[in-house]
Design a protein around this ligand. Structure first.
Ligand SMILES: [Zn+2]
Length: 267
């Protein structure tokens, strides 16, 4: 984690010094400051612990939170990593919270790991009810670089199997597309999913009476695969935030709440 408690206040690992006793904002257990030239400065629980905030954090996720919050601060905006929103279900931390000059809150959810549909829908509804604008940014998996090809100055993956939450995010953002983060180059890409068609080969066979039958010979849309087009890369400093609103919508598989959504726009 990047933020701990000290004397009842919040302190981030970058500003913290060795010496004082720091505590986890959730379980109040003691956490140790980890600082070094080659590591992302952070706090770690003293073992043993059963705190849910002690597990599952990757270096790439911590780096992404720092990158986004720094880019916002450079623009003069207030930004906080791991900001606690008391009404959020589950883990009550927004990865990064920003404040627009007019005071509108904007939550960044940097999604390194998969998240269940129920959980993402509950979280999104909670942000929406609180009037907080939100943006969900899935991390790109390294296989998109192996399986894709350059196209129109960007990148194209013909057979991409989106994770369920990515389908949700894409639908949530509507025509804006879906911003994705490449942890290796620390860059952002604007992704768009489109139907992937595969050709069903034509076949001929004869029935018992000697009658000739035909099948196949057509294109059909795949349920599992989509085409993914990536536009980019963009550095965090190249992107501006634009907030808009969307209406509620449900299909048989997905529920999207009416919400304020934040979109990134190349500067
Ligand atoms: Zn804890």
């Amino acid at each position: 984690m990047l933020v701990a408690e000290l004397n009842g206040g919040r302190i981030d690992a970058f500003s913290a010094e060795r010496g004082p006793t720091y505590n986890c904002p959730k379980c109040r257990g003691e956490v140790v400051l980890k600082k070094g030239r080659k590591i992302v400065h952070h706090f770690a629980h003293k073992p043993p612990t059963d705190c849910t905030w002690a597990t599952g954090e990757t270096r790439a996720h911590m780096e992404a939170k720092i990158l986004v919050s720094n880019a916002l601060k450079v623009r003069g905006l207030r930004a906080e990593v791991e900001f606690i929103v008391n009404t959020l279900p589950g883990d009550r931390r927004a990865d990064v919270m920003a404040w627009s000059p007019k005071g509108l809150q904007i939550a960044f959810e940097l999604q390194h790991t998969s998240i269940g549909l129920d959980e993402i829908e509950r979280r999104a509804s909670s942000y929406a009810s609180a009037g907080i604008a939100q943006i969900w940014i899935p991390f790109l998996k390294s296989n998109v670089w192996d399986e894709g090809v350059p196209r129109h100055g960007g990148w194209f993956i013909e057979r991409y199997s989106p994770r369920t939450f990515e389908r949700w995010v894409h639908g949530f953002n509507g025509k804006n597309g879906m911003w994705m983060y490449d942890p290796k180059d620390k860059a952002f890409w604007l992704g768009r999913l489109a139907g992937h068609q595969s050709y069903v080969e034509e076949t001929t066979w004869y029935s018992e009476g000697g009658e000739e039958n035909y099948g196949g010979g057509f294109w059909k849309y795949s349920k599992r695969f989509k085409e993914l087009t990536l536009e980019g890369p963009y550095g965090a400093e190249d992107l501006l935030i634009k907030v808009s609103s969307r209406r509620a919508f449900s299909t048989s598989g997905y529920n999207w709440p009416a919400a304020r959504i934040a979109n990134l726009v190349p500067a």
